[in-house]
Write a protein that binds this ligand. Structure first.
Ligand code: MG
Length: 160
């Protein structure tokens, strides 16, 4: 068994929507990023790559690379899933935490879980997405951005 953790943060900037867990959510601001700024999926990918000792998303998808400008992070997640599988590893479960004062994600949580389960090829019952606020403390508490944390467990698929 392999455990991995991931963390990401993106700053709010001009815009009228955010992309979280592959779901587009109308919002008073957008998230600044080279990609679609999906902080939740970025943390998840880093956790997956970390568990497989494959580095991080910056190594696989360099932020300066024009191929990844505005890219849908779900495409990157599916690529990471292929990398994991190529190592003979399968995802057992993942647990994700969003840290944000806004937007509230309750109404979108099931869609996020469905997206992640589909992209990883696992059951929805093995994907958890939860959210908390920063209680008004610090930059996140002032609503300057959104952070996400991820923990994943991988298992050797072929008895390695
Ligand atoms: Mg990121």
């Amino acid at each position: 068994m392999r455990i991995g953790s991931g963390f990401d943060v993106h700053r709010f900037g001009p815009g009228d929507r955010v992309r979280l867990g592959g779901v587009t959510i109308p919002h008073a601001q957008g998230l600044m990023a080279h990609s679609d700024g999906d902080v939740l999926l970025h943390a998840l990918m880093d956790a997956l790559l970390g568990a497989a000792a494959l580095g991080d998303i910056g190594r696989h998808f360099p932020p300066g690379d024009a191929r990844y400008a505005g890219v849908d992070s779900r495409e990157l997640l599916r690529e990471v899933a292929r990398l994991i599988a190529a190592e003979g590893l399968g995802v057992v479960n993942c647990d994700l935490t969003l840290v944000a004062e806004s937007p509230r994600i309750g109404a979108h949580r099931e869609a996020m879980v469905a997206n992640i389960a589909a992209d990883l090829g696992i059951e929805r019952t093995h994907v958890n997405v939860k959210a908390t606020t920063a209680e008004g403390l610090g930059a996140l508490g002032r609503g300057e951005g959104i952070a996400a944390q991820a923990v994943v467990l991988l298992a050797e698929a072929h008895g390695r």
